[in-house]
Design a protein around this ligand. Structure first.
Ligand code: GUN
Ligand code: FE
Length: 434
């Protein structure tokens, strides 16, 4: 058992106890504490109340002056692309061909996969991310290894072998083999500890008709599995998809025909959607994984946050590492704000924090476990130290309320202000300079 305590010395103005977003109440404790036991939150409240519940042998960790928040959920990222981050000057399809696919071929050796994935997890924790929805290697051994390492850190994660049956000859397998791999990984890892399996057809362009048909059968017989893929990210991608599947009136219909559009489906990007696609997707209650840093990096386009909010879409945020060239969900929140601004839409501060935490957990139906700091939930939380960034600290001196404070933290914050990260109660990262 240990408790952890934080106060916000920097926040001088009048602070409400709670704020609302989507009928959801955000509670702010000026001097709060959490009791953690066996990976779970067993008490949370004002420090003085919590202190009275402590036993003599309990360990107390003091984060006075800092802010404890739920760990971030990155709802779309590629675990196989770390070596290809910051490839220069290409848009989606040529970026995939020239940098990503060759990099993923190299990732298929056990030695480089292990080393690269350990580096990636370390960087995720440094950035305050505690849950990922990740695309894994296409091979059984490669994907199994990454499940195993993720499990070692007791992380909550949604992951699957990337299914590719069409395209780069060095990466593709046939449909039957992909499904055998999927089946084996599902049986071994789905609902094992904190892990969930996601059927992961990369996107329509990298799958044959036949393998999409097999995906349909898989989804029908494994209705508790997630599905993740890419949709309407880039205009050339959309053109090529419609040329490849000429019977489809739009991109979404390709996935609809193969039974992949449902409430456990995570669609990456969703930038260039027609009115009809928006409508069908929100009716099916799909999960929108929006990745503004990647979209800006690859020049893919501007996600319509105004539409998503208006339609009450299940909005989550992702880095799309490594097309997104940062793992910081704070930076993602900042780009989401800027992208919305380019459409003259003000994306509320709390909507962005929500989409990286509880909103994302709810969209993924994981909110019984993660997303907020409540009794009974798993102890995935981070400690932010805005004072570690001199400029942010200076800006916060003039913050006028809690919302403005959170706005500035998301606007100017990055990994430098993450003081510590806890996964299932384990301190997986401490910033030695805080
Ligand atoms: N579409 C298909 N594969 C990928 C990928 O690896 N990254 C991105 N951003 N889009 C994709
Ligand atoms: Fe992606």
């Amino acid at each position: 058992t240990f408790t952890t305590k934080a106060t916000l010395s920097n926040l001088q103005g009048v602070v409400p106890d709670s704020l609302f977003v989507n009928d959801e109440k955000f509670i702010f404790l000026r001097d709060g504490a959490i009791i953690v036991e066996s990976g779970k939150i067993v008490a949370i409240g004002d420090y003085l109340d919590i202190k009275s519940q402590l036993q003599a042998e309990d360990k107390e960790v003091d984060y006075s002056g800092k802010l404890i928040t739920p760990g971030f959920i990155d709802s779309h990222m590629h675990a196989t692309q770390t070596s290809a981050v910051s490839a220069y000057g290409e848009k989606l399809l040529t970026w995939l061909d020239n940098y990503i696919f060759p990099g993923e071929v190299a990732f298929n050796s056990e030695q480089s996969a292990r080393r690269e994935y350990e580096i990636l997890l370390k960087q995720l924790f440094k950035n305050g991310t505690t849950t990922i929805c990740a695309y894994l290697p296409s091979s059984y051994d490669g994907a199994d290894l990454l499940f195993e390492i993720t499990d070692k850190y007791k992380m909550r994660a949604v992951m699957g072998n990337t299914i590719m049956t069409d395209g780069n000859p060095k990466l593709i397998t046939d449909g039957e083999t992909s499904m055998l791999i999927s089946e084996k990984l599902y049986n071994k890892w789905h609902k094992t500890n904190r892990l969930s399996y996601a059927l992961t057809p990369r996107f329509a362009l990298s799958c044959t008709d036949e393998s999409m048909g097999l995906c349909k059968e898989f989804v029908e017989s494994h209705s508790d599995a997630y599905m993740q893929t890419h949709l309407c990210e880039n205009v050339n991608e959309i053109q090529d998809t419609l040329a490849k599947f000429p019977w489809a009136k739009d991109y979404l219909e390709v996935y609809e025909k193969y039974g992949l559009v449902h409430d456990k489906s995570i669609f990456g990007h969703c930038i260039h959607l027609s009115d009809s696609e928006w409508k069908r997707m929100t009716e099916a209650e799909v999960i929108f994984a929006n990745c503004p840093i990647s979209n800006n990096y690859l020049g893919s386009g501007l996600f319509r946050y105004d539409e998503a909010v208006k339609r009450n879409a299940k909005l989550t945020l992702g880095t799309d590492w490594a097309a997104g060239n940062t793992l910081s969900m704070l930076r993602v929140m900042d780009d989401a704000y800027k992208v919305a601004m380019l459409n003259s839409f003000k994306l509320e501060t709390l909507t962005r924090w929500y989409s990286a935490t509880l909103g994302s957990a709810k969209a993924l139906a994981l909110d019984d476990y993660i997303g907020s700091l409540e009794v009974g939930k798993e102890a995935d939380f981070i400690v932010l130290d805005p004072e570690a960034n001199e400029l942010l600290n200076y800006r916060l001196e003039s913050s006028y309320d809690l919302l403005d404070y959170l706005f500035s933290v998301s606007s100017l914050g990055d990994d430098r202000i993450v003081a510590a990260t806890y996964v299932y109660g384990d301190n997986v990262y401490t910033n030695s300079s805080n």
